[in-house]
Design a protein around this ligand. Structure first.
Ligand SMILES: C[S@@+](CC[C@H](N)C(=O)[O-])C[C@H]1O[C@@H](n2cnc3c(N)ncnc32)[C@H](O)[C@@H]1O
Length: 283
C-alpha cells in the first residue's frame, strides 16, 4: 500500500515538474535548444493563441517608441526575440515611421512566420536567425533596441540586456519587458525586482528609466543610453555592421543567397529571407 502511495505521489510530482518545464516555462530551464524546439513547433499557431490586439500594440509599444525617436531621421530598430514579427509590424503600421527594423530570433519557424507577414517589406525588415545572447552587430548600431516578452526565456537575462545596450547608440532607447507577479515567481532567476532592475540598468549606463505595469504579468521598461548623442547607423550602413559570429569580423561579403566572412571564410545561407547565422541542427 505504502509503495503504491509513493509511486502515485512520485508520478504526480514528476508530471507537475514536466508540465512546469515544458508548458509553464516553455523550455526555459531546459536550454536554448528546448526553447527553440517548442517555439518552432508552435510557430504556426502562436498568433492565434496570443491574439495580440494591433491597436493596443500601437498605443503601448509602437507610438511611445516612435515618440522617443523623433531626433533620428530614419531610425534603425533592433527587435531581439522578434518572434512572428509583432513589433516590426506594429512599427510598419505607423505611417510616420520611416526607419528600418532588424528582427532577431532563435526560432527559425517563428522568423519564417515573421517573413510571411512582412512580405513586400524585405527592404525595411531584415530577419536574422541568431541567439540574442550574442547580437551579431557592431557596438552603437541601433537607435532603439527592444525585447518584448522574451528576456525570461534566455539563459542569462542580465547578459542579454548587456548585449542589447552594447549595440544601442548613446541617446538611444531601450524597451524591454520584465515578468512580474505570479509569472515571475514561476520563473525564478529569469526576472528582476524593480530595485534589481533599476540597479542593473544604472550599471549599464542607462538613464531616464521608467518602469510601468503592462498587461497582467509584465512591466514595460523604458530607458535611454547615457552619453553624447551620436547618430545610429543608416539603413545603408546596416550590412557593414553585421559581424561574423565565429570571428567577429566585419564587414561580411553579401551575395544573393549567402554571407561570407572575409577573414575566417565561414559562410552563412540566406534562405526564405532570413540571414541564418545560428548553427543548430549540426550545421
Ligand atoms: C513569447 S515569444 C515573444 C515574441 C515577440 N517578441 C512577441 O512579443 O510576440 C518569445 C520569443 O523569444 C525567442 N527566444 C527565446 N530565447 C531566445 C534567445 N536566446 N535568443 C533569441 N530569441 C529567443 C523565442 O524563439 C520566441 O520567438
Amino acid at each position: 500500500m505504502t509503495a503504491l502511495v509513493t509511486a502515485v505521489l512520485c508520478a504526480v510530482i514528476g508530471a507537475g515538474v514536466l508540465y512546469w518545464l515544458v508548458f509553464t516555462t516553455e523550455g526555459a530551464y531546459l536550454g536554448p535548444r528546448a526553447v527553440t524546439y517548442l517555439y518552432d513547433k508552435g510557430a504556426s499557431s502562436y498568433d492565434r493563441i496570443k491574439a495580440f490586439d494591433p491597436v493596443d500594440d500601437a498605443w503601448d509599444l509602437a507610438r511611445p517608441l516612435l515618440s522617443t525617436l523623433k531626433s533620428a531621421r530614419n531610425p534603425l530598430v533592433l527587435d531581439v526575440a522578434t518572434g512572428t514579427g509583432r513589433l516590426p509590424l506594429a512599427l510598419l503600421r505607423c505611417l510616420d515611421f520611416e526607419g528600418n527594423i532588424v528582427g532577431l530570433d532563435l526560432s527559425l519557424r517563428m522568423l519564417e512566420e515573421a517573413r510571411r507577414k512582412t512580405a513586400g517589406q524585405e527592404g525595411r525588415v531584415t530577419l536574422v536567425w541568431k541567439d540574442g545572447l550574442a547580437v551579431p552587430f557592431s557596438d552603437e548600431t541601433f537607435d532603439a533596441v527592444c525585447c518584448i516578452e522574451a528576456l525570461e526565456f534566455m539563459a542569462r537575462p542580465r547578459e542579454a540586456l548587456r548585449e542589447m545596450v552594447r549595440v544601442l547608440r548613446p541617446g538611444g532607447t531601450l524597451l524591454a519587458t520584465n515578468r512580474v507577479g505570479l509569472d515571475a515567481l514561476l520563473m525564478p532567476g529569469r526576472s528582476f525586482s524593480t530595485q534589481q532592475l533599476k540597479g542593473l540598468l544604472a550599471s549599464l549606463s542607462l538613464t531616464a528609466v521608467e518602469i510601468k505595469r503592462w498587461q497582467t504579468y509584465y512591466d514595460l521598461v523604458w530607458a535611454k543610453k547615457e552619453g553624447d548623442l551620436v547618430p545610429g547607423k543608416t539603413a545603408g550602413e546596416l550590412r557593414a555592421a553585421l559581424r561574423c559570429p565565429q570571428c567577429w569580423e566585419a564587414p561580411l561579403a553579401f551575395a544573393p543567397a549567402t554571407v561570407t566572412c572575409r577573414r575566417c571564410r565561414e559562410w552563412y545561407p540566406i534562405e526564405r529571407g532570413v540571414i541564418m547565422l545560428e548553427r543548430f541542427n549540426g550545421k
